[in-house]
Design a binder for this molecule. Structure first.
Ligand SMILES: NC(=[NH2+])NCCC[C@H](N)C(=O)O
Length: 407
């Protein structure tokens, strides 16, 4: 069994984690396309990188090995055959239909060294970078003023979403939004070809080629027996069912999937924007979802079937039962105050990353929630966040844990 990946909780001491340092893709954001690229504002890259470096430093200082997606991919793509396979797949998925344009782009990208090529692909390719004498398709002729041949991928620094480690395996996700669909290709190549992941193979509980959307921000590993998955704007019930089936039928320790149905809107896009685990028996929650939340349970039935149940108990009761505790505490973002909770939640006040039981990394701008956590006995390590937060994701979104110590 591959021991490189092992995550059986949300809070076990973080030993390995994958990040992406924001790069030039962020500089390719312009007001015209912000909404489509899932940003609300344009971060100042230099400061965003400094903030991100601080984040990585905090993780390292607390005992985690930090892997960068861009470095893992570069290593894999140094093999010419794999590089070619990747480029073909990437250009197809970028909907480059004209053969001559595809060839021109491939030639252009192959002109970089491997790391430069990876950075370029992530950053996007402007039309003015590649010289094409005549329009190669009707689309190109008609929509000539669109600046990119290959769109930038500014959401890559949210490594949480394209994949999620559950036990010794990973869900390689199908992203809901067009702007993020190609992101998972990087992870696909890393899992398939990087020795850390493929020797022996890391099992996949979900594949990006499946038709139903699933994103890592919705996947929370509550214990070695229970996984919580948000049914949200980004994750569909069908995908959750497939993950449950694969976990239960693959000799893992998992016995239950709790399905949290949350309102399907951008402010609550993933379960982890409104709910995260911070200690053995403590969670942060956005007060705005406590009312509209419905919880369903999937458990193992006879002969590889699944059993489904609507659990109508209060959320804290459901969580306590799932974790075999007498009770759990739900700590409200912003202390439950309508304005403070709304404001801090918008900048991911509930999106904490636990790096050990009772130790979390948060954005320093959410000072009200941070203080409340501190008073509850949680050790809060806060990081600067004025630029990183503009992408609508916090420390949990910016990290894909690969290995956590067992608790
Ligand atoms: N796990 C998360 N909450 N991720 C947040 C991702 C934010 C990103 N701009 C998006 O809209 O997809």
């Amino acid at each position: 069994m591959n021991q490189f990946v092992n995550v059986t909780s949300e809070i076990g001491k973080l030993k390995r984690v994958m990040l992406h340092r924001p790069g030039y893709e962020v500089e390719n954001l312009v007001p015209e396309y912000l909404g489509r690229l899932l940003f609300d504002d344009i971060p100042f890259l230099k400061i965003a990188q400094q903030e991100h470096d601080k984040f990585a430093q905090v993780l390292r200082e607390n005992g985690a090995e930090v892997y960068y997606l861009e470095e893992l991919v570069t290593e894999v793509l140094k093999d010419e055959k794999i590089k070619n396979e990747f480029l073909d797949e990437f250009l197809n998925e970028s909907e480059i239909t004209s053969h001559s344009l595809k060839e021109a782009l491939k030639g252009y990208l192959l002109g970089f060294d491997t790391r430069g090529m990876v950075d370029k692909i992530m950053a996007g390719v402007r039309k003015k970078e590649v010289e094409i004498k005549e329009p190669t398709s009707l689309v190109e002729l008609m929509f000539d003023d669109y600046p990119f041949y290959l769109d930038p991928m500014p959401n890559l620094y949210f490594t949480r979403d394209p994949g999620a480690s559950i036990g010794n395996g990973i869900t390689l996700n199908k992203m809901r939004m067009d702007a993020r669909k190609r992101e998972t290709l990087f992870l696909k190549y890393v899992i398939k070809y990087n020795k850390l992941f493929n020797n022996p193979e890391t099992p996949l509980w979900y594949e990006r080629s499946m038709p139903f959307a699933l994103e890592g921000g919705d996947e929370l590993v509550l214990s070695d027996k229970v996984v919580a998955i948000g049914c949200s704007e980004r994750t569909s019930a069908e995908a959750i069912e497939i993950v449950a089936k694969n976990l239960f039928n693959s000799n893992t320790s998992f016995e239950k999937v709790l399905v949290f149905e949350i309102p399907k809107c951008r402010a609550f896009m993933h379960l982890d924007t409104v709910f995260t685990m911070v200690d053995y028996d403590k969670f942060t929650i956005h007060p705005g979802i406590q009312g509209p939340l419905s919880v369903y349970e999937i458990t193992k039935g006879a002969n590889n079937t699944l059993k489904f149940k609507h659990n109508t108990s209060p959320v804290d009761r459901i969580l306590a039962d799932a974790l075999n505790l007498s009770s759990v505490e739900l700590i409200q973002c912003g202390g439950g105050d309508f304005i403070i909770a709304g404001r801090e939640q918008w900048n991911d006040g509930s999106n904490t990353l636990a790096i050990a039981p009772g130790v979390v990394v948060t954005y320093e701008r959410n000072y009200v929630t941070n203080e409340i956590l501190d008073k509850k006995g949680i050790k809060v390590i806060s990081i600067p966040s004025s630029e990183l937060s503009r992408g609508r994701g916090g420390p949990r979104c910016m990290s894909m844990p690969l290995y956590r110590e067992k608790i």
